[in-house]
Design a protein around this ligand. Sequence first.
Ligand code: FES
Length: 466
Amino acid sequence: MEIFEHPILRFERKSKITFFFEGNPVEAYPQETVAMALYRNGINVFSYSPKLHRPRGLFCAIGKCSSCLMEVNGIPNVRTCILNVQEGMKVKRQNGLGDLPKTSEFLKSEKEYSPTVLVIGSGPAGLMASITLKEKGVDVLLIEQNPNLGGQLIKQTHKFFGSQKEKAGTRGIEIANELVKELNSLDVNYFTNTTLFSFYPRENVFLAFKDNELLKIFPKFVVFATGASEKMIPFEGNDLPNVMGAGAAQTLVNVYGIKVGTNVLMVGAGNVGLIVSYQLLQAGINVKAVVEASDKIGGYFVHAAKLTRFGVPIYTRTTIKKAVGVDKVEKAILVELDENFNETSKEFEIDVDAILLSVGLQPSYQLLAQAGCEMKYIPSLGGYVPLRSKELETSVKNFYIAGDVGGIEEASTAMLEGKLASLSILKKLGFDVEKEKEALELDLAKLRSTPFSKKILQGLKEVAYE
Ligand code: FES
């Protein structure tokens, strides 16, 4: 399942380590997560559902669902897609949710931090926020639950659209490298592999978990840049291993150099579905078809044209009806839809070993809701989003947002919002940033002036307060 040749990417593979899966030795590269190492070795079933014991596998691959929970070194319910594999580690499938261990079994110590600003999430918004603050000498602590900084940029091999200022013409992976380099040159304090899981308002403390340590963080300001997660759609067999988000496939292929399958189906012909399909082709994976429920392709023509050149059929007014397989996907049954999106009697099947869903993203709002921020459901922004001021401050004082958590947009918008949230904090801290802030607001308005942003602007109006 390993990818050896790629037109853009080179995969660093040096020494190997050995860990144990169900008692058997498995080889892995130390820089990969447990889930990726299992996939590399052709293991797709990670657990069984509690009641019907149906096999379960990976879905998001970035720590945003619960589909990869396994028992690791005796501790159940570990998200194996964000846990780095280690020599001698013992990994087991679990049946349903395992029994919670006693805290003393996995919690070895506690540490406290009191940064001026806590930034949660290291995608384009979080990186830009941290850099902007640290450039002015503000004490920042950046928390990332994945092993790498950069959010979803680290798997984006395509070049960005937009204006030069927002790094148009540059690949997402290069933008991530540039921002991380800047972050390191400023010596920003950050933790990866660290999950921030709750906020206690009375004590004003955020709790996070890193390795076997509990972190208590007491910040003055917070920038929530937690990003988004992929949506699921209902169809028979959608819980079979190898039905996963298109972004998860992108992580496997572009970050770790692992094939998600040999023949795949992409569900959704928006920009993500089209771009990821092309990237799979670049990695030597056969995209058998792209299906789209609406009567036209949602993404840009230029992306669709690349697939057409490869002979990939794009079926509109068609969707997935059923995923078929025993322990993983073996075929997909597709169905044509009428103009009211009802299924017709026209069904056909294709042999695929992976079904990838590119059916939209939803903001990762859970922490904001738990922290007491006022939320609203706005479909054009992707789901539940927090109300916010022009300065990106939520209804909870000193809690700011930036990027997809406030509404699904582009990475370029996320970077500008990360900067804007930080400038707003800097202003509160007494820095003279008014001119810089005004210029940034103009840039943001310009980015959102295209016809594609019409619905976004309408959604943003509904969550704006002063
Ligand atoms: S949390 Fe690991 S696959 Fe979603």
